[in-house]
Design a binder for this molecule. Sequence first.
Ligand SMILES: [Fe+2]
Length: 246
Amino acid sequence: MKIDLSINDYEHAAMPSRKEAVQMANGYLQARIFNGSNPQIIFDHGVHIFNVAKIAERIAARSNGRLNPDIAYVLGLLHDIGRIKDETVTKVPHSIEGYLYLQKKGHGDIAAICLTHGFIDKNIQRPDYPTFNDEQFYETKKFLRNIKYNDYDRLIQIADLFSRGREILSIRQRLDRNKSFYKISKLSYENKAFRLRDYFDKKYSIDVEQIVADTFNLSKQPRKSDRSFIFILPKPYAARPVRQII
Ligand SMILES: [Fe+2]
């Protein structure tokens, strides 16, 4: 099997600048609102992509120069650009939509991030993707089989895990949230999510969850039952006396 290493060679890609990426992100958020999507949902999604960009940038900044924080930021900001269209209407998964969209816009060099970010496990299983039609599923499976993930792909995958709408969640909280949302007791990628965190912690001698907690001023607390953590908001500041208006 031939693996094409150039398809996700982000460090040698014609990368949009941070400013261009912000403009592209704002552009697709505005397009969704213009086309009638619920502004609150799009606002939350906007917070999500800026949070993913920030998380990816902060982790990259702690990699001792091995990952470029600007590249991480741009990829974080654009990973969901396929949401320029509502996938529930078009029936085209946002991963595929984003991949094709970036290619069309002359950013084929970084288009792979749209596809890789959503698949921690490359070996995707048909029952896990009921919203994909057969062609979409098998084309995605083929694409993933022919790509070798690098640490930028993995970085956006893990940054995406910590952010859900406007919320920042630990990996444990995120997995539990997904389970209750989909009303299922076990996720096939549960162990892989923790392994992804352990991969970054070990390779770069960092504590990924602590970096995320610090970035958003959250406190990271261990759960007694297992090796996972939860994020909690710091205690509210003591109420200040109401200032008199004179
Ligand atoms: Fe995302």
